[in-house]
Design a protein around this ligand. Structure first.
Ligand code: UGB
Length: 660
């Protein structure tokens, strides 16, 4: 080993490193022989020295000790370098700038004045809504969906991945299954609509469609027509991280991709970024390993760079797709809002459309805001929940983030569902590589702002994509009722119970109750008489308990579809549960007071009516601390007691009637 060290001068020249430069990291200099075979490692070592990172080698052992760990260090640096647009050098440079701004207390919105923007405000079930839904379903065949699911969900504290949590426990359907079934239902509806238009235009004979998927079509006079045709598959990408990747893959594989073709689903794993120890952006060492740099998640904004660098965007563009829809991991209502919001994008030709809901002041969702700069520039953008209050106070709104006379913040709440038009999106990403404006949020030890309580890192958010767009870009937003569009599961039971009265809990309890509420209100709007909810307290949260109504997305993804399947005089009592698993189930003069479970194959048409009366399914409180109950159940504070139900399954094609 000594001879290796002795020949350091020779190695330095061979590696193109000058002596003085290497002297600043004597331990690296001693270990240079480890680099000689890997040119890329040499370049990285030089870059680290140039960028003031010699401390990374301070604790390195003498040559011959931990050599594999030292090589692994450079492998890690290579990965950090290649997974960041512009490389590690650019990461450190940006970090220095942002840390200096943060130390100086510079407002990221300096020069901008906030005001309330105008956007498309939709009212569920009216003609405009129905027309937008129809336009959205038509466009869906030209869309790709992207789920960002790399977050660990620290606020929720659940031990599994969030997409594996049941969205509701009446059927136990997990979020990922629900999302996939919604995309498949949209795919089929969109295909069906295209076939109907084709038929109308060219009177094509159904037999020309040989290849394959069979579906039923409900014509305007309620006659089912059968078609065989090939539907364009809607691509589905999921961004994962080291924290979620393998468990997401397992969940998909062990459930046969919930009915989607495996080739239709693409997993893109985001990498973490280097942590920073001080205002000079010195990279932080992993406290458990002196040969590793500490890393933390970079945020959901990574999704843009990953879609670009993976080539997926180009693939979608080349396949003629037009829209990319982004969504988050635990919103069981989301797809009720998708058809209409996609319809808004298509009709208004928005390059960017953000979905929003009325926002309660201080609610942990960003506010959609128009920012106008003193120089005349203006943009409509999300201002994150922790930035909205200080921005307002600094710009002439002394009360900050407060509700107005409507009882809500005047700024619509961003629910981080974005619809981007693919063409302009590709053009923009060709320029930026998908890099998104970042921010840093160090927790300083004291007012001098010279040291941090713990290491920090740069972060980015997917909704900040429009920040680099030119003023000519068409950026809009669509506001829907919260009950229809937004009920995320983010908070653990303890934190949810402490949420100020009137603000949403965003817990597993409220997320599930919101699904029953939405389905009840939709069925009401479709003409059924649905009883009022009762108030109950689960895990310290007071919630409205509506009848537990659930249906598969293929039964009704849009309001018109659902309306077509509810006829006569239907009524549902508060204690009732209904599970519709079939496609062509029609509720006709049904009086439900108990539990009813219907399953049917797609070729069966089942008319359900008459009086269904039984003991039904009840909700039994459980304590979230009771570890004898599975975690996914106890975090919602109740379990379902299945006392009695009417359950029917139709496995053969044909016309059936269920009238007990
Ligand atoms: N996520 C990733 O995929 N990777 C990451 O590195 C981090 C997250 P959170 P938060 O609408 O509900 C967002 O943690 O802080 C995924 C918006 O910024 O739930 O609540 C993660 O898996 C905010 O403006 O985000 O805030 C999850 O699917 C507001 O709109 C998603 O990113 C709010 O969500 C969001 O992660 C909301």
């Amino acid at each position: 080993m000594a001879s290796t060290v002795d020949s350091a001068a020779e190695q330095l020249s061979k590696l193109g490193i000058d002596g003085a430069f290497a002297d600043s990291a004597p331990n690296l200099k001693k270990n240079l022989h480890l680099l000689s075979s890997e040119q890329v490692h040499v370049e990285l070592a030089k870059m680290l020295m140039e960028m003031g990172q010699s401390h990374l080698f301070e604790k390195w052992a003498a040559p011959g000790v931990d050599d594999n760990e030292k090589r692994a260090f450079f492998d890690q640096v290579a990965k950090l370098n290649s997974s960041y647009p512009g490389g590690l050098k650019s990461y450190i440079k940006t970090a220095r700038e942002l840390l200096a701004d943060s130390k100086a207390g510079k407002n990221p919105f300096d020069g901008f004045t906030p005001s309330v923007p105008t956007g498309e405000v939709l009212k569920f079930g009216d003609d405009t809504f129905i027309n937008y839904e129809q336009a959205g379903v038509k466009e869906a065949k030209n869309a790709a969906f992207v789920l960002v699911a790399g977050g660990l969900g620290e606020r929720l504290g659940y031990n599994g991945i969030k997409v594996a949590l049941p969205a509701e426990t009446t059927t136990g359907t997990c979020f990922l299954q629900n999302y996939i079934e919604c995309i498949l239902a949209l795919q089929e509806s969109s295909c069906r609509l295209a076939e109907v238009s084709n038929l109308a235009i060219s009177n094509v004979n159904a037999s020309v469609y040989e290849e394959v998927s069979t579906f039923m079509l409900l014509s305007s006079n309620n006659i089912y027509l059968k078609f065989v045709g090939k539907c364009q598959e809607i691509p589905f990408a999921i961004m994962t991280s080291d924290d979620t990747h393998s468990r997401t893959q397992e969940l998909l594989e062990s459930n046969s991709y919930f009915g989607m073709k495996p080739t239709q689903v693409k997993l893109l794993k985001q990498e973490k970024v280097a942590c920073l120890d001080d205002n000079d952006a010195r990279l932080a060492m992993d406290p458990k390993n002196k040969y590793r740099i500490q890393t933390k998640p970079h945020g959901h904004g990574d999704v843009h760079a990953l879609l670009y660098s993976s080539g997926l965007l180009k693939e979608w563009h080349d396949a003629g797709l037009k829209w990319v829809l982004f969504f988050q991991d635990t919103n069981g209502l989301l797809f009720k809002a998708i058809p209409a919001s996609l319809g808004v994008s298509a009709t208004k030709q928005y390059h960017v459309n953000s979905l929003a809901v009325p926002r309660k002041a201080k609610e942990a969702i960003g506010g959609i805001t128009r920012l106008t700069h003193a120089d005349g520039r203006s943009m409509v953008i999300n201002v994150e929940y922790n930035q909205l209050d200080p921005l307002l106070r600094a710009t002439g709104f002394p009360d900050g983030d407060v509700n107005c006379e409507t009882g809500y913040s005047p700024f619509p709440g961003n629910i981080n569902q974005l619809i981007l038009e693919l063409g302009p999106y590709m053009e923009e990403l060709k320029k930026t590589g998908g890099a998104i404006k970042e921010f840093v949020n160090p927790k300083y030890k004291d007012a001098s702002k010279t040291s941090f309580k713990s290491s920090t890192r740069l972060e980015c958010m997917m909704q900040d994509y429009p920040k680099t767009l030119p003023p000519s870009a068409k950026v809009g937003f669509t506001v829907m009722d919260t009950w229809l569009a937004y009920a995320p599961v983010k908070n653990n039971p303890e934190d949810a119970a402490k949420v100020p009265k009137g603000n949403p809990y965003h817990s597993a309890t409220s997320g599930e109750m919101a699904i029953y509420c939405a389905n009840s209100l939709i069925l009401r709007k479709a003409g059924a008489q649905v009883d009022e909810p009762v108030q109950e307290v689960f895990n310290g949260q007071e919630v409205e308990v509506w009848p537990r109504l659930t249906w598969k997305p293929k039964w009704g993804l849009t309001f018109s579809e659902i309306k077509n399947k509810v006829s006569g005089s239907c009524s549902v009592s508060q204690k009732s549960t209904m599970v519709i698993e079939g496609h062509n189930v029609i509720l006709e003069d049904l009086s439900l007071n108990g539990a009813l479970i219907i399953d049917s194959v797609d070729d069966a048409e089942v008319r359900v009516g008459g009086k269904v009366q039984n003991k039904g399914w009840t909700l039994e409180p459980v304590d979230h601390k009771d570890t004898s109950v599975p975690e996914e159940i106890r975090i919602r504070g109740f379990k379902i007691n299945k006392l009695e139900q009417l359950e029917k399954s139709y496995s053969e094609p044909g016309k059936f009637s269920l009238k007990p």
